[in-house]
Design a protein around this ligand. Structure first.
Ligand code: DGT
Length: 222
């Protein structure tokens, strides 16, 4: 039986921004920077590219079997740091989370046999420990739902060095992981209610789409 959590009086209304690679999470976060009662936490990708001088993201894409566990261990740590980041703002907007790391990326590695079972269980023990306390609690999830073809085009255009080897097929598979978790809800549990945003729209018109979810981000924290 799941025990009821008591929300800490001063904890901010926490919103996760989730979606496939290239679905527009950064753009979404940047839009909300205009509000001064929102704390936006971008994904710690710079840390992943420089952990003690090592580019773990680059290592990962070069050899997933060799570096999968190392990378996901570090992702889990940096996400935990984001979840526990203290702010006086009423709302905290986070790009990705410990949940998408586990439910989408680690899960994919397990299914692809990239992550051996003993390594996966170490990740899981940390994950269970972290998420069983209130420190990773979430109030709302915004799912930027975008088609793999669109995100592939964006990824190619932004031309991130580490992602050069990423194929359309991988984006299709990662799309399925996000869909099953956040849209169809057939895989794992959602830690909070999910609002879906059309992530296919071009930057020039996406603001209208953001405005549809803005009241939910603000209202629920009042
Ligand atoms: P955006 O703003 O929606 O375009 O976001 P991106 O694509 O900059 O950010 P994200 O998190 O979807 O992906 C950044 C890179 O890091 C991408 O190559 C996928 C990778 N990544 C992010 N989280 C994880 C993870 O937990 N495990 C693995 N294997 N890769 C991850």
């Amino acid at each position: 039986m799941e025990s009821k959590r008591i929300k800490l009086t001063h904890s901010p209304f926490t919103v996760l921004v989730e979606g496939n690679i290239g679905s527009g999470k950064t753009t979404f976060l940047n839009y909300f920077k205009q509000y001064n009662n929102i704390c936006t936490l971008a994904e710690p990708i710079e840390l992943w590219k420089n952990c003690g001088g090592y580019n773990l993201l680059s290592h990962l894409y070069e050899d997933r079997e060799r570096w999968g566990f190392t990378f996901q261990s570090y992702v889990q740590l940096t996400m935990l740091q984001q979840h526990t980041f203290k702010t006086d703002c009423a709302i905290k907007l986070m790009e990705r989370s410990i949940y998408s790391a586990r439910y989408c990326f680690v899960e994919k590695m397990i299914r692809d046999s990239v992550l051996p079972a003993p390594s996966a269980s170490v990740i899981d023990e940390w994950f269970k420990w972290a998420t069983s306390s209130a420190m990773c609690d979430v109030d709302l999830i915004i799912y930027l739902r975008a088609s793999p073809e669109v995100v592939y085009k964006r990824m190619r255009e932004r031309n991130r060095q580490e992602e050069k080897t990423v194929q359309l097929e991988y984006l299709h598979e990662m799309h399925e992981m996000h869909e099953n978790w956040l849209y169809y809800k057939t895989m794992f549990t959602c830690p909070a209610p999910v609002l879906v945003v059309n992530g296919d729209l071009d930057k020039s018109v996406i603001v209208e789409e953001y405005q549809k979810v803005t009241p939910s981000i603000f209202n629920k924290c009042l």
